[in-house]
Design a binder for this molecule. Structure first.
Ligand code: SAH
Length: 454
């Protein structure tokens, strides 16, 4: 019987959906070992034993996996951001494809050969957004960085390898400003203190930088000095915003913004269209890779100019708008009102006149459109992690589109939904994983479904 603190010899044979390595004991007990690699032969210390599985940590690497590389970030293994800086990017892509294949087979009962994963051109510094929690170290000094895995302990990180270099400069200036003034640091436990988060966004194509301070209160002391420091240190600074969040909650942003400098937003470009990005707007964090994802979705939509296109879970309208010129009419549906306003603005800014947007729950909007007799030729779905669910799939069945393009950020709910689609006569034709978030275990998938008999 396995027990806590046992040291066992283990070969890692697979990875979980969250990125932890897994090996099996001779008795068939699965042992989850974070930071291991498939192919590692290890001595593992058992930390926790459950009925049919256990958790362990690496005590000694006896024979390293061939996929291992030297981690290139000092915060790796402490910070909760990356899970895979110790394996090659090729191996990471292999594991991500495997994750999609496994989910489709186990949950959806779908056996299909995936198209090769679309890797990210940039594995480093691909993010255009950072939300860094600010807190106090045990000695009282300022800490800013990332939460440790499954925790609210802040791991100090001055330059994250996934973020643009300019973010490190914003962090440095912010630390310097905090040291020069008597602004206090927010304490999650007591709900007291002022500065909660540093929030940064960057327009990669436009080279525009937004710096936003999330504050428990109306503002910071010496905002004049802060602005002076930011402006002199950051030539591409476009706007500075103070967001007020007085709630004792894990939600990062409060609902009030005050613009300290500039217009309160930045712009950037995606698939040739211009988009306005405010602190509240949803914007893909890996812009270049989002273009590849949208290209694949566009290929699957196969529009010819005469179609009605329904873009469900449209956010700020990006996917549909990049296809608007290829269809007759675009209808977008999104539940967040601000995002719908952004989508309408984005259509106007890009002189797109054949688009309309509805602020509604997607299943409700779909059922309303269906009752009104709207019959889209192509439907795009890009739901959050929980997927779109059976009710919406049934309504889509009644609308009877030729094609459904499903963009998913969670292979498990995707697999469940594809099964519902197969029950109403939609065949999964092609599945392409897209790596939007290198070094994390997240993987996006684009799926083309076609109505049976077409
Ligand atoms: N397609 C967009 C956004 C995808 S993220 C893009 O590529 O940029 C998923 C979106 O679904 C979010 O904007 C979220 O606000 C929205 N959403 C979540 N639940 C929803 C629901 N029940 N009905 C409609 N939209 C929803």
């Amino acid at each position: 019987m396995l027990k806590k603190n046992d040291i066992i010899r283990l070969v890692i044979t697979s990875a979980t959906a969250e990125g932890s390595g897994v090996g099996k004991t001779d008795d068939g007990i699965a042992v989850f070992v974070p930071l291991s690699a498939v192919g590692d032969e290890l001595n593992v210390r058992i930390l926790k034993v459950k009925k049919s599985y256990a958790f362990g940590k690496i005590e000694e690497i006896i024979t390293p996996s061939e996929a291992r590389i030297e981690p290139d970030c000092g915060c790796f293994s402490r910070c909760g951001g990356c899970v895979w800086r110790h394996i090659s990017y090729e191996e990471e892509c292999r594991l991500k494809s495997q994750k999609v294949t496994d989910a489709l087979e186990r949950i959806g009962g779908i056996k299909t050969e995936l198209k090769p994963i679309i890797p990210s051109e940039r594995v480093l510094r691909y993010r255009n957004k950072a939300q860094l929690p600010v807190g106090k170290a045990p000695g009282g000094s300022l800490q800013m960085g990332f939460y440790a895995f499954h925790s609210h302990r802040i791991i100090d990180c001055g330059d994250c390898a996934l973020q643009p270099e300019v973010f490190a400069e914003v962090i440095r200036i912010t630390r310097d400003f905090m040291a020069k003034t008597d602004n206090d640091i927010y304490d999650e436990k007591t709900g007291k203190g002022r500065l909660r988060h540093l929030y940064i966004r960057y327009g990669e194509i436009t080279d525009e930088l937004m710096v936003c301070y999330v504050v428990n209160g109306n503002g910071l002391k010496r905002e004049d000095l802060l602005l002076e420091m930011l402006k002199s240190g950051l030539p591409n600074l476009k706007t500075v915003v103070v967001n007020s969040n007085r709630e004792k909650t894990n939600v990062i942003l409060g609902n009030k913004n005050r613009t300290l400098y500039g217009s309160g937003y930045i712009t950037d470009v995606l698939c040739g269209l211009k988009f306005k990005i405010s602190p509240f707007s949803f914007w893909q964090v890996n812009r270049a890779q989002a273009e590849r994802l949208y290209e694949k979705a566009r290929e699957y939509a196969a529009l010819t100019g005469s179609e009605t296109l329904l873009d469900l879970y449209c956010g700020t309208g990006t996917i549909g708008l990049t296809m608007a010129k290829d269809c007759k009419e675009l209808i977008g549906v999104e539940i967040i009102e601000d995002a719908v306003c952004d989508a309408e603005n984005n259509a106007a800014v890009n002189s797109i006149c054949n688009a309309r947007f509805m602020c509604s729950d997607a299943p409700k909007a779909a059922s309303q459109l269906e009752r009104e007799g709207v019959r889209p030729d192509v439907i795009i779905l890009d739901p959050p992690r929980k997927g779109c669910g059976e009710e919406l799939v049934r309504t889509i069945g009644k609308m009877n589109p030729d094609r459904v393009v499903y963009v998913s950020c969670d292979p498990a709910t995707l697999a469940r939904d594809l099964k519902y689609f197969s029950e109403i006569g939609y065949e999964t034709k092609e599945v392409t994983p897209v790596d939007m978030f290198p070094r994390t275990a997240h993987v996006e998938t684009v799926v083309l479904m076609i109505r049976a008999g077409l």
